[in-house]
Design a protein around this ligand. Structure first.
Ligand code: PEP
Ligand code: MG
Length: 755
């Protein structure tokens, strides 16, 4: 059954359009379940009806004609209850609705299952049989599984307007965007450049190319390279493998030259697709055929083919990357964009970022904000294979993405983008103004940096210092751990550039979603695993080298603050402090000139909130990492788009935790800042000011936005808003409330597109 299920899903995913996908579903499911009828009904929201969209078994002519009002028929009952209905005689059921057009008279056994995507019923899939008999449990489970799998594909069709077009048999009246999550503020208008992991053939997009001869040449060259590799491999194994085993390599060589691989792909290229896209389509087609054979030996052949294709792709990608030309306004689109891929696009051409995975606090979104580039994250239903080269609009405030939208939407967004430019220009004027509330409360604004090698944007932002320097980046872009001298140079540069302003260097915080290529960590739950301080305390040699480099870098300027990430226990804090003390003593002995750094601890796990008093007693300052604190407090993965709607630092529990931490620090006479993304969120800043936060640290591009809020706020008003917010039930109400306040104060442009 599992193979059948996979085969159906693959075929559906490859369907040309929704129409074809539905036909595949009904015929394959009917066959697999030995049913007499299989039909799919879709919800028509406008007419409030369920419409028969595809059937194998009922009268074909009734497609589009059979329409059930939302309170009519068993289909509607399945949809409204959002659960399966399995009966031996549908015609006996009080809610049965007879349609003569469908010729349903001869069918009795009925099983209907809702197709649900993210709590939303999109339609119903139904099987029927002539026997007066319920479908058995195995059949019911099969249909439920199919429906759950199909929901994703259907949701995609719904978003792209295909369902609407199909229901109304004309162009969709309303243009609906692809929904994602706000990643970095701003509006990006430009050309999509789809990127993909170079090792994953399945994710290669289609791409229209003009120079077909060159593409064909690259394809044949790649095949030749793979053939050479295989011949070499075969020769090398001559003495080890018997001749029969080596015959496999000959089979590979034949496959590579076969018409079905080489010829068919070449034809696809001549039709205009680039070589990797053409190759993916050819391989998909074959794999499907192999999979259908239900024969384990043949399925092995499918694996061989995939392996060969991967090797061809490897050469093609090497070739393509050399030549990639980014259009003037590049909107980088991908399944999961990495910091390195982002850095590859020339800054002046990078207009926006759209990622199918991740959320606002993913490190790519943080990087986009640091660059001041609008970003949409978690746009899971994007047609990644078909988006390359298309005109797109990405709204980093709402998370909406439009692909080739009609003129009116385009014009509206162009207008909003112009307003954005005006707003940005106005905000730049705030650069040298102090960050002070209407009633004179000074709240220094620092920058988060480090994920970029270049600190110039931070320097130009008018920041009061660096509130969080993520030291991971220099570790990520090397082949091995950087030594003390190398780290010293990097830190010295940052400390000197900002002196006499404070610079907070955080000790290495890898693990979680930040991996080092030369230090792989494989865990089931990386965010609950070996991460941050846990790694560096287990490797004191790494910690000592880093801390020594930091202390030396501050000689003569004394603006160093060291910040410890992921502390969850007192013992970790004590050990870290002891190591820092040791590094300091060592250096003092070596050249005497060094000064003792100020040390702070990040409050980013729930246990730290409850121990904030104790932590504060031992250190000079606290810094709240709301990105992780939100993730751990709400048990919501900060990178998982599927649950991203649950992730919001304005959740009352997070607000309470932040407020408690601020109080704890102040009780102990210590300062406290926020360095998570919350600090750059204009709505949240209102509440942080009310709580009495001492400073905020954010990406350079958020700085003037936040300054604008602070300069237009009095502590008294902020406190009133905090009181009201803390009486609300959830993050959505609090956010809505604060956005309204900002809008009323003339600062709506900070939380939506336009001025
Ligand atoms: C945080 O967790 O809020 C934080 C600032 O650190 P990072 O985003 O690097 O995990
Ligand atoms: Mg963190």
């Amino acid at each position: 059954m599992l193979n059948t299920l996979r085969r159906i899903i693959n075929e559906v995913n490859d369907a040309r359009d929704l129409d074809q996908a539905l036909e595949i579903i009904v015929s394959q499911v009917r066959e697999a379940m030995s049913a007499d009828v299989c039909s799919v009904y879709l919800k028509d929201e406008i007419l409030q009806q369920h419409v028969l969209m595809a059937t194998d078994g009922l009268d074909y002519a009734s497609i589009g004609i059979v329409r059930l009002n939302f309170d009519q028929g068993l289909v509607s009952l399945v949809a409204s209850r959002a659960e399966p209905i399995n009966v031996d005689n549908a015609q006996d059921h009080p809610q049965f609705h007879y349609f003569p057009e469908a010729r349903e008279d001869e069918f009795f056994g009925f099983l209907g299952v809702p197709i649900i995507h993210q709590r939303n019923v999109l339609g119903v899939i139904v099987v029927q049989q002539t026997r007066k008999k319920r479908f058995d449990e195995e059949q019911e489970n099969f249909l439920i599984t199919i429906a759950a799998q199909l929901a994703g594909a259907m949701a995609h069709a719904e978003v792209s307007g295909e369902i609407e077009r199909l229901l109304n048999q004309h162009e969709a009246t309303e243009v609906r965007p692809f929904d994602g999550l706000p990643g970095a503020p701003g509006v990006a208008i430009g050309t999509a450049v789809a990127i993909y992991p170079s090792s994953e053939l399945e994710k290669v997009p289609d791409r229209f190319v003009e120079d077909l001869d060159k593409e064909i040449e690259a394809f044949h060259a790649a095949i030749s390279s793979v053939k050479q590799d295989i011949t070499k491999l075969s020769n090398r194994l001559k003495d080890v493998l018997p001749a029969e085993e080596r015959a496999l390599f000959d089979a590979y060589l034949l496959m590579l030259d076969s018409h079905s691989l080489r010829g068919v792909t070449a034809t696809r290229i001549m039709d205009g697709n680039w070589a990797p896209g053409a190759l993916r389509r050819t391989v998909d087609e074959h794999i499907e055929a192999f999979a259908e054979m239900d024969d384990p030996y043949m399925r092995e052949r499918a694996e061989d083919l995939r392996e060969l294709a991967r090797r061809i792709l490897h050469y093609l990608v090497q070739d393509a990357q050399r030549e990639i030309t980014y259009p003037e306004s590049t909107v980088l689109v991908g399944d999961e964009i990495t910091a390195a891929q982002l850095a590859e696009v020339p800054r002046e051409k990078l207009t926006g970022v759209v990622s199918a995975k991740g959320s606002r606090t993913s490190h790519v979104a943080i990087l986009a904000r640091a660059l001041g580039v609008p970003a949409v994250m978690g746009s899971a239903s994007l047609p990644l294979g078909k988006i390359d080269g298309q005109f797109v609009i990405a709204d980093g405030y709402s998370g909406s993405v439009y692909i080739s939208p009609p003129k009116q939407i385009r014009e509206e967004y162009e207008r909003l983008a112009k307003e954005e430019e005006v707003l940005t220009a106005e905000l730049v004027n705030l650069r040298d103004d102090p960050s002070v509330t209407e009633d004179g409360q000074l709240i220094p604004l620092n920058v988060n940096t480090g994920l970029l090698a270049d600190i110039t944007p931070s320097l130009n932002s008018g920041a009061d210092g660096i509130g969080l320097y993520r030291t991971e980046f220099p570790f990520m872009v090397r082949q091995n751990f950087p030594g003390e001298e190398e780290q010293y140079r990097i830190y010295r540069q940052a400390l000197l550039a900002f002196a006499p302003r404070p610079v907070t260097l955080r000790t290495l915080d890898v693990g979680g979603d930040k991996a080092l290529p030369y230090f792989p960590i494989v865990e089931d739950n990386p965010f609950l695993g070996w991460r941050g301080i846990r790694i560096t305390l287990d490797h004191p040699e790494l910690f000592m080298v880093q801390v020594r480099a930091m202390i030396r870098a501050a000689v003569g300027i004394d603006n160093l603050y060291i910040l410890l990430p992921m502390i969850s226990q007192m013992s970790e804090l004590r050990e870290s402090l002891a190591l820092i003390e040791r590094a300091y003593e060592e250096l003092k002995e070596e050249d005497g000139e060094v000064s003792k750094p100020k040390v702070g601890v990040m409050i980013e796990v729930p246990s730290a909130v409850y121990q904030a008093h104790r932590f504060a007693e031992l250190v000079d300052f606290l810094s709240i990492g709301t990105n992780d604190l939100t993730q751990y407090l709400l048990a919501v993965d900060r990178n998982n788009a599927q649950v991203a709607s649950l992730y919001d630092a304005l959740h009352p529990a997070v607000l309470q935790a932040v407020h408690d931490t601020v109080r704890a620090a102040h009780d102990m006479g210590k300062t406290v800042s926020v360095c998570g993304e919350m600090a750059g969120d204009p709505a949240a800043v209102v509440l942080l000011v009310a709580m009495g936060i001492d400073s905020l640290s954010m990406s350079a591009s958020s700085l003037n936005r936040v300054k604008w809020v602070i300069r237009n706020l009095s502590t008294e008003r902020a406190r009133q808003y905090l009181d009201e917010a803390m009486n609300m039930e959830d993050a959505a109400s609090i956010r809505d409330f604060l956005h309204k306040k900002l809008e009323k104060a003339g600062m709506g442009g900070l939380v939506r597109a336009g001025r």
